[in-house]
Design a protein around this ligand. Structure first.
Ligand code: M6R
Length: 612
């Protein structure tokens, strides 16, 4: 949940590190800090608040000299948001400096041990404990820092991605990982280490991700990769498939807005080469080797958190409806701890944009340990979840930088639809039926474009209601999870209280909330339960609620019962969430902007939740 960038080379490090931090700020933005090594001294500057605060502090001090350093943007776990708790942290003995992403779970006992040894702590963080421990174990000599880091990490439980420097070895950077992402970019005579590729691609496209328990010692002359027990490892260098353009705003004001508008292109990419309408076939290279096993599966468990779980819930409906395989979606955080029963021929599908969500990764590991076949529906290539699964299908929607997930949601639903058709066609679906669904899938990007054309009108709806502090989002069937997603989008970026639920559930309690003028958003497109949704709308209207309906073009009835209607093109119900969610994303986006919030960096949140 924090951003890490480090540099070893011949260029001035400060500018490069600050540029990297800006690209990583979406990963956490409570505070930021930098350490640059020069003439055997590491200068540390850190500030609570955004990277801009750190930049201002650096500007007032004058640039830090040095061509090796590291920087960090924090999402607080241990200790409040203060200058002192910001990273980097130092030890008090050996000139150690550390930045860290993750949580050291046994930090309290380690701290007691280190205090007994006379160490004095200045922050409340677990990271400072790690710095002190490395310092305590540092014995000097050739490879001394590498050995101390390895020894310290053998004592640590929890998750980490770390970068470590030592004033006694001023040309060495040691980095390591367990359970939190970290990669090393290899340039010409220089190395850029970062928690994600977006801070590397401006410098090099050659990189290798660290595996758990890997430690890399980097100098300007080369690098050595080993494990925490000092067994040498040969890293797999790969080509980063990321353009700078993809991680820049271009003509948009916010990444969330850019990513909403990218959805047609992103979904075309998701589907490219995977659909053969003429043969009624879905081709998923990632699953083909396991096709027979998958077809014989008896149960599918889909798991994820937040937006990913909403997509997974749609996946549950799709798999049962189309492929006729029993399926259910469940919060990864619940699944991992509740002693779940995994029968023979169970498949677990981990749904995750980042591929790093701690609960989703742990749920996947739990299911695998109990014998399930593990599939990933992931966006970030080479991420922890992608590597932990037996097989999977990438979203291919490009990097998602806005904290509020948008194009990843539609990408996840699209991939789950593809997997459902892949199985359906091998189980009960005829080639003609499958071909019809494929054509419908292919029409989705164009239909989303028609919704996006209504942006100005949707903004007016947001304007009308954005001062209201309580909203309901209601839908049935496939669009019940869409309602959950609409409510999540609104609350996370506009800080408006919003609840999503099945429309029928309203009468079982929440209807008591409805008072004069409360906005209730209904997903009321044409489908099996359309008439029932109309009844629910009337019930809200009768109690003074304001109804905003997302309805099918040409629906003449809906305008009679709803105050505001946003029309979407007609689409088969199972695939409709990919289209009906778009007005909800835009309402949330505009409401948040109108309320003056930083849409891409909502309070208390970070893009990827790598702690439980
Ligand atoms: O990276 P993941 O898809 O695993 O993330 C899961 C959730 O943290 C994420 O979907 C979160 O709910 C979104 N930021 C909400 O917009």
């Amino acid at each position: 949940m924090c951003g890490i960038v480090a540099y070893v080379g011949s260029k001035p490090a400060q500018a490069l590190l600050i540029e990297g931090l800006k690209r990583l700020e979406y990963r956490g933005y409570d505070s930021a800090g930098i350490a640059v090594m020069h003439a055997g001294r590491a200068t540390v500057v850190k500030k609570a608040g955004r990277v801009a605060n750190l930049e201002a502090e650096l500007a007032s001090r004058g640039p830090l000299a040095g061509t090796m350093g590291m920087a960090h943007t924090r999402w607080a776990t241990h200790g409040g948001v203060t200058d002192l708790n910001a990273h980097p942290h130092r030890d008090d003995k050996a000139g150690i400096v550390v930045i860290h992403n993750g949580i050291i779970e046994n930090y309290a006992s380690l701290k007691t041990y280190l205090m007994d040894k006379g160490h004095r702590f200045v922050s409340e963080t677990d990271t400072e404990v790690l710095a002190m421990l490395i310092g305590e174990l540092y014995e000097g000599g050739e490879g001394g820092l590498e050995a101390a880091v390895q020894a310290a990490l053998r004592e640590v439980t929890g998750a980490y991605a770390i970068c470590v420097m030592c004033e006694k070895e001023p040309d060495t950077l040691v980095v390591a990982r367990k359970g939190a992402p970290l990669m090393v970019g290899i340039g010409a005579g220089e190395y850029v280490v970062a928690s994600d590729a977006s801070a590397i691609v401006a410098h090099t496209t050659q990189a290798f991700p660290l595996d758990d328990y890997n430690v890399v010692r980097i100098t300007r002359n080369g690098f050595r990769t080993s494990t925490t027990t000092n067994v040498a490892v040969t890293p797999k260098v790969m080509q980063l498939e990321l353009d700078l353009e993809q991680i820049e705003l271009g003509r948009f004001e916010h990444f969330m807005q850019k990513e909403i508008f990218e959805q047609p292109a992103a979904l075309r990419n998701t589907m490219r080469g995977r659909l053969q309408a003429e043969d009624g076939k879905v081709v998923l290279g990632g699953l083909s080797a396991l096709a027979k096993q998958l077809v014989r599966s008896r149960r599918v468990i889909l798991t994820g958190q937040g937006t990913a779980l909403h997509a997974a819930t749609i996946g549950e409906y799709l798999l049962e409806d189309l492929a006729k395989v029993p399926a259910h979606a469940e919060y990864a955080s619940e699944f991992r701890y509740r002693n779940p029963i995994i029968e023979d021929q169970t498949v677990v599908v981990a749904v995750s944009q980042s591929g790093e969500t701690a609960d989703t990764l742990a749920a996947l590991q739990e299911a695998k340990d109990r014998g399930a076949l593990a599939l990933g529906v992931v966006n970030v290539v080479g991420s922890s979840i992608a590597r932990e699964t037996d097989a999977g299908v990438y979203l291919r929607v490009g990097p998602e930088i806005g904290v509020a997930s948008t194009k990843a949601f539609t990408g996840q639903v699209a991939v789950l639809a593809l997997i459902s058709l892949f199985l359906a066609r091998r189980r009960y679906m005829s080639a003609d039926q499958c071909a019809a669904m494929i054509r419908e899938m292919q029409s989705i990007p164009g239909k989303i474009e028609r919704v996006l054309e209504q942006d100005e009108r949707i903004k007016k709806v947001a304007e009308k209601y954005c001062e209201r502090e309580n909203w309901l989002f209601l839908g049935r069937g496939y669009n019940y999870p869409t309602a959950l997603e609409g409510a999540l989008k609104l609350k996370e970026i506009s800080y408006i209280h919003a609840e999503g639920m099945p429309a029928a559930e309203m009468k079982h309690g929440p209807i008591a909330l409805i008072n004069d003028g409360m906005p209730a958003v209904f997903i009321a497109n044409k489908g099996r339960q359309y008439d029932k949704v109309l009844n629910n709308i009337s019930e809200v209207r009768a109690r003074g609620g304001h109804v905003i309906a997302v309805a099918t073009e040409g629906d003449a009835e809906i305008g009679k019962v709803a105050e505001d209607v946003i029309y979407v093109p007609e689409i088969d119900e199972p695939l409709s969430p990919m289209v009906t969610v778009v007005p909800l994303q835009l309402i949330a986006y505009h409401a948040a902007v109108l309320r003056g919030h930083d849409v891409d960096k909502p309070r208390n949140l970070a893009k990827s939740v790598t702690v439980e």
